[in-house]
Design a protein. Structure first.
Length: 142
């Protein structure tokens, strides 16, 4: 009887641990964390505000680094999207840091993710930091 109880308890612990590991797993940009409509809005903001420094194709200029490509991906590899959101919203645009609405920053990041090859999904990228902490940028598609 004690043996059966111990086996049932161990199985229960194993199942609970597996469930916790799966539910705690982070999303990445490859999981469709923005919508196509959001990226389209971000493209408009990017064109107006960001392209003078970062270039129309996000390839960077003498004034600012590229926002796509291998160097960009390696710089942000394994970082939280929340960290990228903080960096962009606190330092951009260079002439007036923090001057855009939080939603505009999220839209621009969605556009950058789209241009980096990440697929669109059915839910918009959040415009607040807390939910962005559960989304990681990974350089290579899993």
């Amino acid at each position: 009887m004690k043996f059966k109880l111990a086996v049932v308890a161990l199985v229960g612990i194993a199942v609970a641990g597996a469930f916790r590991a799966v539910s705690a797993q982070e999303k990445t940009q490859w999981d469709g964390v923005y919508t196509a409509e959001q990226a389209k809005r971000g493209e408009a903001v990017y064109t107006d505000v960001c392209s003078p420094c970062h270039g129309p194709d996000l390839a960077g200029t003498d004034l600012a680094p590229a926002l796509t490509g291998a160097d960009f991906a390696m710089n942000w590899n394994d970082m939280k999207i929340a960290d990228f959101f903080d960096r962009v919203s606190q330092t951009m645009p260079l002439s007036s840091p923090g001057s855009l609405a939080a939603q505009q920053y999220a839209d621009v990041i969605s556009f950058i993710l789209q241009k980096s090859g990440a697929p669109a999904g059915t839910t918009e990228l959040p415009s607040t930091k807390e939910p962005l902490t559960s989304i990681k940028f990974v350089a290579k598609k899993p």
